[in-house]
Design a protein around this ligand. Structure first.
Ligand code: ZN
Length: 151
């Protein structure tokens, strides 16, 4: 089984950025991820994210640790693992925060977006970064022989 095929859960991480969008470029906010993640995921993720107002949108930077289930590449056992992520992603608004009018986004430049209620959703970005950072050949323990021991 390839590591890529392991399901990685989607965290519900929504941040209301209406206020930050009204502030000048360079303004920032820091969040403990546990304070903004959905209750069920609180034990699977930790770290801190910083949101910085840029000229166009909001840059999210963070160092996160995510707990995942991995499949041992030798014995195929499922075991718990932990992945460290360095997240850096710019989100662009789809609605003008001052007049509520839709903003035109450039099509040749696909990006993460902030929805019309000024909610920034970190969940999908965390899922993608987790997938990118999964180990190629996870091992349940360094000396795994690939032979399952019978109880
Ligand atoms: Zn193993």
């Amino acid at each position: 089984m390839k590591a890529e095929s392991m399901p990685v859960s989607h965290f519900n991480v929504l941040i209301n950025v209406a206020q930050l969008l009204k502030e000048p470029a360079g303004s920032s906010r820091k969040y403990d991820i546990r304070g903004i993640v959905g209750e069920q995921a609180r034990s699977s993720i930790q770290g801190e994210v910083t949101l910085v107002r840029t000229g166009q949108g909001i840059l999210v930077r963070g160092e996160l640790d995510v707990k995942v289930r991995l499949v041992c590449s030798r014995c195929l056992d499922v075991f718990p693992g932990s992945i460290s992520l360095h997240v850096e992603e710019e989100y662009l608004p789809t609605t003008d925060v001052f007049d509520g009018l839709p903003l035109a986004l450039s099509k040749e430049f696909p990006s993460s977006t902030i929805d019309s209620n000024h909610m920034l959703d970190l969940g999908e970005v965390i899922r993608q970064y987790t997938l990118l950072n999964l180990p190629m050949k996870p091992l349940c323990r360094p000396d795994c022989t690939g032979i399952k021991e019978m109880d």
